[in-house]
Design a protein around this ligand. Structure first.
Ligand SMILES: CC(C)(COP(=O)(O)OP(=O)(O)OC[C@H]1O[C@@H](n2cnc3c(N)ncnc32)[C@H](O)[C@@H]1OP(=O)(O)O)[C@@H](O)C(=O)NCCC(=O)NCCS
Length: 169
């Protein structure tokens, strides 16, 4: 897989997985109309990367064909010290380690390009694939909060990936 900017040509692939109820089951977003999705893709193609206080959504693409297979949202806090990730992979691309590779690549990119010290991600406790992914990447579990998701009580678990200090000489 490769990370790249989203663009309007991704519309069909983007809409296919964003309208898959299984993929959206634990996600905060809702499926959009084609017009809304096209405007979003155009905005993400042109927005500055990693501006403090904003979300940037990057494409996860098949590295041979360039075809969109998922996306990763990256929010940089207003003070630039923290980031938050949210990620999604089309069902056809799941179970092959591609999401783990994408989150790892995004983590390296953020630590390389910004002054972010900590990256957080949160997930519903029932989202087993996401919990496994974060634990496989060595994220630390910060804690759990009882909250509500789509009108139902749920437990949300928060994880953190910290910037590692450079190896001492
Ligand atoms: C969360 C989500 C991205 C995880 O995708 P995934 O494909 O399960 O995750 P990975 O890419 O890490 O794939 C891991 C699986 O591929 C397998 N795999 C195969 N080759 C692999 C490799 N080279 N490296 C790592 N894993 C590999 C592993 O065995 C693993 O299976 P397991 O988790 O059952 O042990 C995906 O389920 C998804 O998009 N869900 C919907 C959106 C969502 O809920 N997002 C999270 C909220 S932020």
């Amino acid at each position: 897989m490769t990370l790249r900017r989203l663009h309007p040509g991704d519309l069909a692939a983007f809409q296919a997985y964003r309208h898959d109820p299984e993929v959206g089951r634990w996600q905060g977003w809702q499926p959009q109309t084609d017009a809304q999705a096209l405007a979003f893709l155009a905005e993400m193609a042109a927005c500055p990367l990693f501006a403090p206080g904003t979300w940037t959504q990057l494409a996860i693409a098949d590295d041979l064909t360039g075809q969109l297979i998922g996306d990763i949202g990256i929010h940089i806090s207003a003070d630039g010290a923290e980031a938050e990730f949210g990620f999604t992979l089309a069902r056809t691309a799941q179970g092959r380690g591609l999401a783990s590779a994408a989150v790892r690549a995004a983590m390296h990119l953020v630590f390389q390009e910004t002054a972010v010290q900590r990256i957080q991600a949160q997930t519903d406790a029932r989202n087993a694939a996401c919990l496994r992914l974060l634990e496989r990447l060595g994220a630390s579990r910060l804690g759990a909060i009882e909250t509500e998701f789509r009108g139902e009580p749920c437990t949300e678990i928060r994880y953190e990936l910290a910037r590692r200090p450079p190896p001492s000489a």
